[in-house]
Design a protein around this ligand. Structure first.
Ligand code: NAD
Ligand code: 6OD
Length: 504
């Protein structure tokens, strides 16, 4: 495949860290394909142009779906599990080898600290491919033979075929991590895919397409189309009659729109959606560890992780200490350029997203919140003021009846709320339309198990947060999603079982 990152014309001299703006085309059947128009992708650090991106129209999406179908009908459709596992491990090795290029792509699109992009996003991309290779290898060689029942009158077994052409639609917060989290098991199971990265983060998917080709994944198995949601590549893809399923990560309202789009053709969906995640801190917890953990779960990636904590319930006896300790952490976070090793916190993804988050900041005050930290837009100087920076924020003085405590903000902000009993803490945490993640901080292990199991969420952590085993089920309930991915749970979505019954 030719290099997808040819320079676009520019007049402004780039800062030291930045490469010249790139022209990013769609990847269809191994070719770089122009879109119907282009859009600009800018750097949230300082508003500089990062890339000129070709938006796919219906014709390009149609070509991408046809290329994927063609790949399934070709040699890819006859690969063995062992061959695919070998290819996936090669992809992981190439991700490691090109990790600094991937870090640069991720940082250029998101403005996140380089250390975070390196240690989380890119490291997890390689791990996602290795884990999918392990899972599919363990599931059985060459055929997925499951559910063998040797009855008295008949032998029943199930074989699993790939789902087919899968639409993979992902957001901007952890672009490469979330893309590979879905792409790796989809390929392990033998599917062909059409990927639509977020319009905010098109770059790392292009490098990944190069890596996949270099690893030997045949042309057409992975296609990348760029663009937006409604009236653009996202909608063209989800309404296309040639797709066999959609795996999507993003906002709950977008999940709802995608369900409507696939409903006429009754296609399966796997959704990882929004959250309004609770943490519960009991007075018996190691408070220093709890406060440090809360700082991480509230402010990592500028609060732009679906698992981030936005509601913090604290047992009344330690409420003041925890609130003051967390506010102090928030004030100490260092906002700055991604390449500065002292930077802990980057900007929000865009000025538009900052406007949405700032509306929540205004609403919190309107609802009577007491501001414990942050609350506004920082003045950073150093050429950063055209970026989408925002202050890490903490409020008190609100309860579950307030919109600030019920609506997902997806920024670096949380509310601390006191409670008086375990029963009340569980009830408050579960009083939400979402159900993604929860954290329990306690020194009592029995209580940790008890409370964690009563949380109505997909992921319930005790004395930690975002500690991942890639074989575990990952997903949400309620507005937070449909289905689970991870290890064998992913193969459940990316394959279709057929029961074979032979009379004995
Ligand atoms: P988003 O829903 O706006 O966009 C996600 C992707 O869907 C993008 O590629 C976008 O272009 C596309 N899209 C938008 N509308 C579409 C439509 N009608 N049809 C088809 N595609 C469409 O989400 P975002 O703003 O990129 O990401 C932030 C949201 O994602 C937050 O709500 C966050 O909680 C959620 N999220 C959830 C998880 C999880 O694992 N549960 C992980 C990351 C992010
Ligand atoms: O770690 C993962 O596998 C995962 N899917 C994380 C999702 C994070 C949401 O922003």
């Amino acid at each position: 495949m030719p290099s997808p990152t040819t320079p676009a014309p520019t007049t402004a001299p780039p800062p030291a860290r930045r490469r010249a703006p790139r022209s990013l085309r769609n990847v269809i059947g191994g070719e770089l394909v122009d879109g119907v128009r282009t859009f600009d992708k800018v750097d949230p650090v300082d508003g500089a142009l990062v890339a000129v991106v070709h938006e796919a129209g219906p014709a390009q999406v149609d070509r991408a779906v046809a290329a994927a179908r063609g790949a399934l009908d070709g040699p890819w459709g006859r690969t063995t599990v062992a061959e695919r596992a070998r290819l996936l491990r090669r992809v992981a090795d190439l991700i490691d080898a090109r990790s600094e290029e991937l870090v640069a792509a991720e940082v250029g699109d998101t403005g996140k600290p380089e250390t975070l992009a390196r240690d989380l996003d890119v490291a997890r991309a390689a791990a996602n491919f290795r884990s999918a290779a392990d899972t599919v290898s363990a599931a059985g060689l060459d055929a997925y033979l499951t559910e063998l029942h040797d009855g008295r009158r008949a032998l029943n077994y199930a074989v699993r075929a790939p789902l087919g052409v899968v639409a993979v639609i992902v957001p901007w917060n952890l672009p490469l991590l979330l893309l590979t989290w879905k792409l790796a098991p989809a390929l392990a199971a033998g599917n062909a895919v059409v990927v639509k990265p977020s319009e905010e983060t098109p770059s790392s998917a292009m490098l990944l397409a190069e890596i996949l080709a270099d690893a030997g994944i045949p042309d057409g198995v992975v296609n990348v189309v760029h663009g937006f949601g409604p009236g653009s590549a996202g909608e063209h893809l989800t309404t296309h009659p040639g797709i066999d399923g959609v795996t999507f990560t993003g906002e709950s309202s977008t999940g709802s729109a995608i369900m409507r789009a696939v409903a006429p053709r009754v296609r399966p969906v796997s959704f990882e959606l929004g959250g309004k995640n609770a943490a519960v801190v009991f007075a018996d917890a190691d408070l220093d560890a709890a406060i440090a953990g809360l700082a991480r779960s509230t402010y990592l990636n500028t609060g732009q992780v679906c698992l981030c904590t936005e509601r913090i319930y604290v047992e009344r006896a330690v409420f003041d200490d925890v609130a003051a300790g967390l506010a102090e952490h928030a004030r100490r976070l260092r906002l700055g350029r991604p390449e500065d090793p002292a930077t802990t916190t980057g900007p929000l993804i865009s000025v538009a997203h900052r406007e949405k988050v700032l509306r929540h900041y205004d609403l919190a005050l309107h609802e009577g919140a007491e501001l414990l930290a942050g609350g506004g837009v920082p003045t950073l100087g150093d050429g950063l003021d055209a970026g989408s920076w925002i202050e890490p924020t903490l409020w008190a003085g609100l309860d579950n009846s307030h919109r600030t405590v019920r609506e997902e903000i997806f920024g670096p902000a949380a509310v601390v709320i006191p409670f008086d009993s375990e029963e009340e803490a569980v009830a408050l945490a579960n009083d939400t339309d979402y159900g993604l993640a929860a954290v329990t901080w306690t020194g009592d292990l029995a209580r940790g198990h008890r409370v964690a199991q009563r949380m109505r969420v997909g992921m319930s952590w005790v004395n930690t947060w975002y500690l991942r085993d890639l074989r575990s089920p990952f997903g949400g309930i309620g507005l937070s999603g449909i289905g689970r991915e991870g290890g064998p749970h992913s193969l459940g979505f990316y394959t279709e079982p057929t029961n074979v019954c032979v009379q004995l």
